[in-house]
Design a protein around this ligand. Structure first.
Ligand code: DCP
Ligand code: MG
Length: 361
């Protein structure tokens, strides 16, 4: 029998909005939307909890959010600033835990099993970490503490905002039983629909089904889903480095002339497909697209564009890259290399874990 694990999931509350409040105290307590302008069809990156009371959510068009909450203050995202705060938080988390896995800009798993002798001890450590983030940096966060990652993640969601949720070891399936099946990581719209169609609504409906029945319903991932629903997950907190960027480039045998851009556009699509293969496999959502252009005289320039919310299709990447080349190059320009990089990943823990939807037709 393996000894009990103490896993904490720390996730900052309304992260971008909370940073804006730290930078400008007059924003505290107000409905805030961090996102692009409605004129440029911007989407909401995050909404402060005051704005969420009106129904505003991440990924919603800004125009729609402003209809729901006309008094909301709209703020353009400042990614560099958020990154700096994120680094400070991650530094604390690294200092305070033996094993640390950053999942996104504002979220990380900590494995406190080595450091702590009991769950009570792990609660003290996790509480101290939460307090440090609040006192040293000024940011609110929520913490889920459980014997595994899946349960810690769900516990944290239910603690939000500014909460601390401990699931006693052995009580994982009791905690999950009444929750909606959509609370399980990896359950997307397709899987929800299929499970709802046979009357499964609560996590206990999945937990009580046989793995065989689940496999019939959603394929080979039915086994994993059954484990999660019973509160089991033995995946380790892994301190593997997170991917920062993914690139592909092509050097031409002989220089090519930009002309009307058609040839470059075709190459951009090819490079995008190469990059997209890894992006998709790693379940990453980039927000920045960069092109590198090397002219025939070896002069090399890069051009980047960062969009408000994560990019979810290869077409969107190639469109941005084509636009960047079009803005930069003249018809007579001659190139010896073109490169494409995507970066600034947003990895939601849900998407960075197994998505059962991917296995369905
Ligand atoms: N983000 C984004 N686009 C999304 C979701 C999030 O740009 N569709 C950004 C803005 C968020 C940050 O990532 O502030 C962290 O994402 P979270 O999902 O953790 O959301 P928040 O921290 O804003 O809110 P909370 O964790 O309290 O629900
Ligand atoms: Mg967050």
């Amino acid at each position: 029998m393996t000894s009990s694990r103490y896993i904490a999931l720390v996730d900052l509350d309304a992260f971008y909005a909370s940073v804006e409040v730290l930078e400008d105290e007059t924003l505290r307590g107000k409905p805030l939307l961090i996102g692009g302008s409605p004129q440029s069809r911007g989407v909401v990156a995050t909404a402060s909890y005051e704005a969420r009371n009106f129904g505003c959510r991440s990924a919603m068009p800004v125009a729609q959010a402003l209809k729901l909450c006309p008094d909301a203050i709209l703020i353009e995202p400042k990614f560099e600033l958020y990154k700096r705060y994120s680094n400070q938080v991650m530094q604390i988390l690294k200092q305070e835990s033996d094993i640390f896995q950053q999942m996104s800009i504002d979220e990380a798993y900590l494995d406190l099993s080595k450091k702590c002798t009991s769950q009570k001890n792990a609660i003290e450590v996790a509480f101290h970490i939460k307090a440090r983030i609040h006192i040293d940096i000024g940011l609110p966060c929520s913490v889920g503490l459980a014997s595994n990652k899946v349960v810690a993640k769900i516990a944290c969601e239910y603690a939000k905002p500014n909460g601390f949720n401990v699931i006693p070891t052995g009580e994982e399936s009791i905690f999950l039983s009444e929750l909606d099946i959509r609370d399980l990581p990896g359950i997307g719209p397709k899987t929800t629909k299929r499970l709802n169609s046979v009357g499964f609504r609560k996590i206990s409906d999945i937990a009580n089904a046989t793995p065989k029945k689940l496999t019939q319903l959603i394929g080979s991932s039915g086994d994993v889903l059954h484990k999660y629903a019973n509160g089991n997950d033995d995946s380790p907190v892994s301190s593997e480095r997170i991917t920062k960027s993914i690139s592909a480039e092509r050097t031409f045998n002989s220089d090519i002339t930009y002309n009307d851009g058609k040839e470059i556009d075709t190459l951009v699509v090819r490079l995008t497909n190469q990059v997209w293969e890894s992006v998709n496999r790693k379940k990453l959502f980039p927000r920045t697209v960069s092109v590198k252009l090397r002219y025939s005289d070896f002069r090399t320039i890069s051009r980047s564009k960062t969009v408000d919310s994560e990019i979810t299709s290869n077409k969107a990447i190639s469109d941005i890259a084509s636009e960047l080349t079009k803005q930069t190059l003249y018809p007579s320009d001659r190139l010896r290399l073109i490169g494409l990089t995507v970066s600034n990943f947003y990895t939601h823990a849900r998407s960075s874990q197994l998505s059962f939807d991917n296995f369905l037709n």
